[in-house]
Ligand binder design. Structure first.
Ligand code: RIB
Ligand code: CA
Length: 312
């Protein structure tokens, strides 16, 4: 398998953190060119520090972390400390990073890297609000024609929203950026709540992470803190592990299945702002613009995650 060059755009967040660790633990399949932090679950300063904490935890200081946009393109920032805790990765007691963020803005890194690379080679993995990607596309529209793929965690249709009845967090925080991304013409694969809500962290998973050594113990601590909110909210046996679905798809795409659809983002209504409207049954003549994932082999997903985290 040829190594796939990727950029991870992220707002750690415990689930983002595990996704970063999964990617850094998979060098045979993935060449992580850089990590770009964005404001989302917690403010930018913390998402940047948390990204650095993950490169250090994985002993991959070679991977640069760039700070990106500190607020959505047109709206005030919404954060989610109520889910992730004040640090954004509560549950793991990690030292302050010794590594500094790379010089330069994340958006410039994305544009410069994609525009100077082999056309069709780079995959952008978006794990948070799409502010950095939307800004990059607005700055350099030719970007989208040079990408291999955008794989993003965001949106919901069959599951309903997780932040409002209509909207999932990543899309709601910056619906205008999401609208730019979805309309960009880039090849897009979406991991919405419709599929991530099938990847539930169970007690046996947490126990197995805890037995994997220091990195596994950090993952166990983070996920134990992180899952409590969704377990209480939904009354389910475990919290959904959203962002690692993006990385797992790149490593083992056969774990996931979905459908090529049209998706549009609501950017005006106050009632349904940030809703992702999916034409699942092809009832309109709107263009097919994304693969919308709806099924995952959850057992295979956690087996992959545990095997790879166990390498670190
Ligand atoms: O709605 C879930 C998404 O919002 C995940 O990416 C989580 O990390 C938060 O960013
Ligand atoms: Ca995230």
């Amino acid at each position: 398998m040829q190594r796939r060059p990727i950029i991870i755009d992220t707002d750690p967040g415990q689930d983002d953190a595990v996704a970063i660790l999964l990617a850094l633990a998979s060098p045979e399949e993935l060449d992580v060119l850089g990590i770009t932090a964005v404001a989302g679950n917690v403010p930018l300063e913390l998402t940047t520090v948390n990204s650095l904490k993950m490169t250090e935890l994985a002993r991959r200081r070679d991977v640069p972390v760039y700070a990106g946009c500190d607020r959505p393109m047109q709206r005030p920032l919404i954060t989610a400390e109520y889910v992730h805790g004040e640090t954004g990765i509560d549950g793991a007691d990690l030292p302050e990073p010794a590594t500094a963020p790379a010089k330069g803005h994340a958006v410039e890194f994305i544009v410069d890297t994609v525009m100077s690379s082999e056309p069709g080679s780079i995959t952008l993995c978006a794990l948070g609000p799409l502010t950095n990607l939307g800004t990059a596309i607005a700055m350099q529209p030719q970007l989208t024609g040079r990408l291999a793929e955008i794989v993003l965690m965001g949106g919901a249709f069959f599951e309903g929203g997780n932040t409002t009845p209509a909207a999932e967090f990543n899309i709601l925080v910056d619906p205008d950026a999401a609208d730019i991304v979805f309309r960009s013409g880039a090849p897009i694969t979406v991991m919405p709540l419709d599929v991530t809500h099938q990847a539930l962290i169970l007690r046996r998973h947490l126990d197995r992470f805890g037995a994997l050594g220091p990195v596994g113990e950090a993952v166990r601590g983070m996920l134990t803190f992180y899952e409590r909110y969704d377990v209480e909210k939904y009354g389910i046996e475990g919290g959904p592990l959203h962002d690692p679905c993006v990385i797992a798809y790149l490593i083992r795409p056969e774990l996931f299945s979905g459908r090529a659809v049209n998706v549009e983002v609501e950017v005006n209504s106050t009632l349904t702002l940030g809703m992702t409207v999916v034409d699942w049954w092809g009832m309109t003549d709107r263009p097919i613009i994304a693969t919308w994932m709806r099924e995952v082999d959850a057992a295979g997903f956690f087996d992959l995650l545990l095997e790879r985290i166990g390498r670190l």
